[in-house]
Design a protein around this ligand. Structure first.
Ligand SMILES: Cc1ncc(C[n+]2csc(CCOP(=O)(O)OP(=O)(O)O)c2C)c(N)n1
Ligand SMILES: [Mg+2]
Length: 772
């Protein structure tokens, strides 16, 4: 772990100033100097950066070790780039092109930025919480013997104070307390301002209570050294200072020394007179800006003092826009200095015109060697880590036997078989679920592989010999991470475990299960996981109104549409167990492939009769998004297009209708998502001159151009209705477009038009139109 290095506070202060300059300049350059060809506002957050430069200088140039990982507050992205610029690991061009195409991204991005970014940030709150789950993954890997103690690091989140309103942070620390998480530093840039205005008063006390009760150490860095000494010598002044509301304090910082003086004369009268005599206005303003988060000595001391593994929240008081003309102004969130203000700042910082990008411009000859030596000593990684892929052999997974099976039960069987068979893949699987382990059929796997806990957790029921089919004991060898009901945590857990190869050089195959409708509960965290290219398998089950008696609150409708629009996540919806086995094999392959992605399996509890296969020709189609379960006749007038659990209805209708409609085909769609992607990709290729039909075009070309398609899915009808746009065939879309309710399958399929009668009617109508 970290050892404090002998540091040069003066050099750190210089670097703090360099970061403030470079971040402000980068944003200024993008907005005021770079040519704009579209007139769009470029933007950037000079005030949010200035608020954090001392904290980040103390961290990156003093406290961080080489195995530590950081999630940087999104709006401080330019400071991170400036740090790497000073370290020599960022070049000038991406900074000149900040927020431009191919330039440094507005918010730190793992995938798009050239510098090492440990965690992408942007949606506030998520970058904070993922560090907690990454720390848990580190504990998991250590316990399983995959990383050594010397390679363990600390996980740091740099947090805006308004970010602490995000509920996902509290869901995470509650979960963290259960798992006894450690090695976390969360550092709040407590500038008491949000986007709109100043934030609610005295929240630091609330945060303090909440975090402490979850087992955290809370370190408040309210005062810098100078201010602390001054206030300690004047208790009345201190008492008054501490009564100032966030808005009053911010306004005073903005207004400056004369206003501080007038206010103190007014409020404290004679008792302040002696104190005020010792400061001119500028000195007074400067004294009151000496808050903990701007005082290098205070920061370094606090970081050096927190070298154990207790999770620690630092509340570092700061001023938003510190050192800039709009410091403390409530509207400064997106505020940009104008060219005149920027020129004054440049002069004040000793930067010559034309030398704005020179890394150590303005640093005197005497100071330079010390600053350069400190940069040299920084243990922060300069290079992006290469990503570890292809490390684990993924064998083909056999389909579980059984004439009648549900995809959910088959999923449980597949994992059980994998566990029993053993091997590297099985050992590298880690499962997790927000309190629906048993009801999503992970129970048998957990019986085999056990729960993971750093401290052992005995199964009291088993010890008491109370009969139960489910073992529930935990050890540090276990492979299932139990989560409380908080779907956002599930996705952050999957994100962290799905980045294991990138963060720790150790591949894991994370599988998360939840009920399909509750994907929506964690949607932003799911998007966040995909955005940074975390790799995992998401198993959502049960799904749809096929859930029957469980009723409308648990019957999902729109997740296939969500998946259709979600980059980085492949949706598969199998009808049969053999399809599922092929998809799980593919999902594992995609996890460990540089060009892979994550997979979402939408499963069902409905046991259906399995189909007889004549050969293996279905397999490739099923993995590509669809295949003809019943081949159409050449130029057929119609086809039924069905997905997932309603396949028996589609097959029955096909049997019934194929006498009347010669050549009627039955297309089993396994992934509208892949079909749609393939279709648009083929179009894009054609624009570039390559003629190559997509999978769905090839499938549909078997039918006549003016044929009709009856599409059916236990999901929003739009999941499949778009298929009519591929070749211009007409579509009668069946699906669920009202909330579900309780009932038997027969009741519900009839009421929601997912039965054979609906298919027949829809087909008849299409054919009638054909005749017209
Ligand atoms: C989930 C989400 N909601 C809203 C925003 C828009 N937003 C960006 S920054 C911000 C306020 C940030 O205030 P704070 O966290 O205190 O940061 P700082 O004052 O340091 O800029 C908001 C609302 C966002 N990025 N993410
Ligand atoms: Mg703030």
């Amino acid at each position: 772990m970290l050892k404090p290095v002998t540091t040069d506070i003066d050099a750190l202060k210089i670097l703090d100033e360099r970061l403030r300059w470079l971040s402000a300049w980068t944003i200024h350059h993008a907005n005021h100097i770079r040519e704009s060809d579209d007139g769009l506002k470029v933007g950037g957050h000079q005030a949010s950066c200035a608020s954090m430069t001392a904290i980040m200088a103390a961290l990156y140039f003093h406290a961080l070790g080489s195995s530590d990982r950081v999630a940087v507050k999104p709006h401080a992205g330019p400071v991170l780039h400036a740090i790497h610029y000073l370290l020599g690991s960022q070049s000038r061009e991406p900074l000149e092109n900040f927020r431009g195409f191919g330039g440094a991204q507005s918010y730190p991005s793992r995938t798009k930025d050239r510098i090492p970014v440990d965690f992408s940030t942007g949606s506030v709150g998520l970058g904070v919480a993922i560090t907690l789950f990454a720390s848990l993954v580190q504990d998991y890997l250590t316990a399983h013997g995959w990383i050594e103690d010397k390679d363990r690091g600390r996980f740091v989140a740099l947090i805006g104070d308004a970010e602490l309103d995000e509920g996902n942070i509290y869901e995470a620390i509650i979960e963290g307390a259960k798992h006894d998480v450690r090695n976390l530093w969360w550092i709040v840039d407590y500038n008491r301002q949000s986007l709109d205005a100043t934030s609610a008063d005295r929240m630091f006390e609330r945060f303090d209570e909440i975090f402490r009760s979850c087992g955290w150490r809370v370190v408040e860095l309210r005062y810098g050294r100078k201010l602390k000494a001054a206030l300690d010598a004047h208790p009345k002044l201190k008492a008054w200072f501490e009564t100032l509301s966030n808005a009053e304090l911010s306004a005073l910082h903005y207004q400056g020394g004369a206003t501080w003086r007038a206010r103190m004369e007014d409020r404290l009268g004679k008792s302040a007179a002696a104190f005020l005599k010792t400061y001119d206005d500028d000195a007074l303003a400067s004294l009151f800006t000496d808050l903990g988060g701007h005082c290098m000595e205070t920061l370094v001391e606090a970081f050096d003092a927190a070298q154990d593994d207790v999770p620690t929240l630092f509340i570092a008081w700061t001023i938003k826009g510190f050192g800039l003309p709009f410091a403390g102004h409530k509207d400064n969130h997106a505020g940009l200095m104008n060219p005149t203000q920027l020129a004054s700042l440049r002069e004040a910082m000793g930067v010559r015109e034309g030398e704005e990008w020179a890394p150590l411009e303005g640093v005197g000859d005497n100071a330079r060697p010390g600053v350069e030596a400190l940069l040299e000593r920084s243990r922060v990684a300069r290079e992006k880590r290469s990503r570890a892929f292809g490390s684990v052999n993924v064998p083909a997974i056999p389909a579980p036997a059984g004439d009648e099976q549900s995809t959910q039960a088959a999923f449980g069987r597949i994992l059980l078989d994998l566990s029993k068979a053993g091997g590297e893949l099985a050992d590298r699987i880690v499962t997790t679920s927000p309190d629906v382990t048993v009801s999503t059929n992970l129970g048998a796997w957990v019986n085999q592989r056990g729960l993971f806990r750093r401290g052992e957790m005995p199964d009291i029921f088993a010890q008491a010999k109370i009969a139960s089919t489910q073992k529930w004991s935990a050890t540090n060898n276990g492979q299932h991470i139990e989560l409380g009901i908080a779907e956002s945590n599930l996705f952050l857990m999957l994100a962290a475990a799905g980045l294991s190869g990138d963060l720790f050089g150790q591949r894991l195959f994370p599988i998360g299960t939840l009920y399909d409708p509750f994907i929506a509960r964690g949607l932003d965290a799911l998007n966040y996981a995909c955005y940074q290219d975390a790799r995992f398998l998401l198993v959502a089950t049960p799904s749809g109104i096929t859930l029957g008696p469980e009723g409308g609150a648990h019957q999902s409708i729109n997740p296939p549409l969500i998946a259709l629009g979600q980059p980085g996540l492949r949706h598969y919806e199998p009808a049969y167990a053999d399809e599922l086995a092929a998809m799980i094999t593919e999902a594992f392959r995609l996890i460990d492939d540089p060009d892979g992605e994550s997979t979402y399996l939408r499963l069902s509890t409905r046991a259906i009769r399995q189909v007889e296969r004549e050969d293996e020709s279905w397999r490739e189609g099923a993995l590509g998004g669809g295949y003809w379960l019943r081949e159409p006749g050449a130029g057929a007038e119609a086809a039924i297009v069905a997905m997932g659990a309603v396949m028996p209805e589609a097959l029955a209708a096909w049997e019934e209708l194929s006498e009347d409609i010669p050549g009627l085909g039955l297309l089993a769609v396994t992934s509208p998502d892949l079909l749609h992607r393939g279709w648009t990709a083929a179009q894009a290729r054609r624009w570039h001159g390559t003629r190559e039909l997509s999978h769905i075009e090839q499938l549909l070309l078997r039918l006549s151009r003016n044929s009709g398609l009856v599409t059916i899915a236990d999901a929003a009808p739009a999941s499949l209705s778009w298929l009519g746009g591929v070749l211009g065939q007409r579509v009668a879309p069946l699906g669920v477009d009202k909330f579900g309710q309780t009932g038997s399958l027969a009741n519900l399929y009839a009421a929601y038009r997912l039965d054979g009668a609906a298919i027949t009617e829809a087909a008849a109508e299409l054919l009638l139109q054909n005749g017209q």
